[in-house]
Design a protein around this ligand. Structure first.
Ligand code: GDP
Ligand code: MN
Length: 432
């Protein structure tokens, strides 16, 4: 009875390994994507902003060059800015597969708007934040361009270390904020906000001043900052980032760009916002795994398996079946492992909501078990693992590895061999 089952599981896995796409049909694969916080397109975020009194440029969203021309005419502006709508940042410096350079373009001529849109829509835009091949552009924002006299940076985010919202700003905006933080940390300003009391006038004023808004602009900027904070709370955002938060020569404070992330746990009360989610840009989990040189295969059960090598993957699958359990997925680490890969692996494995336990089964040949153990403890802490974790390590440097796990103080169940590991993993799921 047992043997055919094991053989069946092995065959299943082999078939599935050969046809990973069939294994995880598109809808399922998307569900497994390690999506943490809903991300909306710029035009969607800007609509929310303008509905809540935040100053953005007038705009239309189009999906053809012809519509772009119409939109440009209707805007009837001195100058037009075209912006490719993808979920990644750094569009300004991006490159299209059509050869066009720059995902953000300014022009005064509606005819040029049409030509530019032609080279944007339907082509991939690659930026620093996208995969190498870029992301297909389906929509373009056609907006009234405004002159910018100064670009600053403003973000509001939920910060774990502060147990609440924090406002981060810099007078040096429009550029990569990480670079500013590295080269000029004194130009980064923070304001911790008490979530009960809300943002104080003095805080908004101080931030406006730190961002370098002077005279009447200071009050205007402070007012925009308060409105952005209120929006942040209202929509259950985890982050609102405006870069550039700019100033025009005419004395207007304007949000030129917008990136809002939303707390997935708030979906039940933010139905309208979550209905805007365009999942087509979210990558299937296999692609994500691929980025880190990991092989991912999704299955139907509830035990996530973290292994190295296809043979061990199949054996693990068989032995879980034999003990009455079902694997939820597999992540094959391969050889030559780095600690950061282990962390990524855990992130991917636990992105599947079906996962109720994790079984690590690593045989250290080339792989050093201590690296795995360090990766595991780091992942456990940083991802705040909520499911039981059973670990079976064997091979190179295993004594040190076991010691690392033992001394970590983390609730990790050690197993002596594969059989023991499978039994413990199945039992931990059955208990629930
Ligand atoms: P990102 O590159 O994806 O962050 O896209 P942004 O929306 O931030 O645009 C990139 C850059 O284009 C900004 O930093 C501005 O310098 C410039 N830009 C965007 N909109 C306008 C505009 O209306 N007028 C002017 N003059 N520049 C703009
Ligand atoms: Mn930007």
């Amino acid at each position: 009875m047992a043997a055919p089952l094991a053989a069946q599981a092995g065959k299943l896995l082999r078939d599935l390994a050969l046809r990973p796409r069939l294994l995880a049909p598109r809808s399922q694969a998307l569900q497994l994507t390690p999506r943490r916080w809903l991300n909306l397109q710029e035009y969607q975020s800007k609509k929310l902003m303008s509905d809540n009194g935040v100053k953005v440029q007038r705009f239309f969203v189009v999906d053809s060059a012809n519509e772009a021309l119409e939109a440009a005419k209707r805007l009837n502006a001195k100058e037009i800015v075209l912006k490719a709508q993808i979920l990644a940042g750094g569009r300004g410096k991006g490159v299209f597969s059509s050869g066009l350079k720059g995902g953000v373009h300014l022009t005064k001529d509606p005819k040029v708007v049409e030509q530019l849109a032609k080279q944007m829509i339907g082509y991939n835009l690659a930026t620093k934040q996208t995969p190498k091949e870029g992301v297909k552009v389906k929509k373009v924002m056609v907006a009234e361009a405004l002159d910018i006299s100064r670009e600053t940076y403003l973000a509001i985010l939920m910060d774990r270390s502060c147990n609440g919202p924090v406002m981060v700003g810099s007078p040096q905006g429009g550029v990569d904020i990480e670079e500013v933080a590295a080269s000029n940390p004194e130009l980064i300003f923070k304001e911790q906000i008490d979530i009960i009391e809300g943002i104080k006038d003095s805080q908004a004023q101080r931030m406006a001043e730190n961002l370098g808004f002077l005279g009447p602009l200071k009050n205007q900027a402070a007012d925009q900052i308060k409105k952005l904070y209120n929006l942040f709370l209202k929509v259950d955002a985890t982050q609102v980032e405006v870069n550039p938060f700019g100033e025009t020569p005419e004395g207007q404070v304007v949000c030129f760009d917008a990136k809002i992330n939303f707390d997935d746990n708030a979906e039940f009360r933010q139905k309208d916002i979550f209905a805007m989610d365009d999942k087509s840009e979210t990558e299937p989990i296999e692609n994500e795994a691929d980025k880190y040189d990991l092989k991912y295969i999704g299955l139907d059960g509830n035990i996530a398996c973290f292994v190295n090598g296809a043979g061990l993957a199949m054996a693990t699958c068989d032995i879980i079946f034999l003990n009455g359990g079902k694997p939820a997925n597999f992540l094959d680490l391969g050889g030559g492992v780095k600690e950061s890969q282990v962390y990524q692996a855990f992130k991917l494995l636990t992105a599947d909501p079906k996962v109720e336990a994790i079984l690590v089964n690593i045989f250290g040949g080339i792989v050093n078990c201590a690296i795995i153990a360090n990766g595991i403890t780091k992942a456990c802490r940083e991802l705040e693992l909520k499911v039981p974790l059973v670990v079976r390590l064997e091979g190179t440097n295993v004594h040190e590895a076991k010691n690392i796990l033992k001394c970590s103080g983390l609730p990790i169940t050690s197993a002596v061999d594969l059989e023991d590991a499978a039994k413990k993993a199945v039992a931990s799921v059955a208990k629930k």
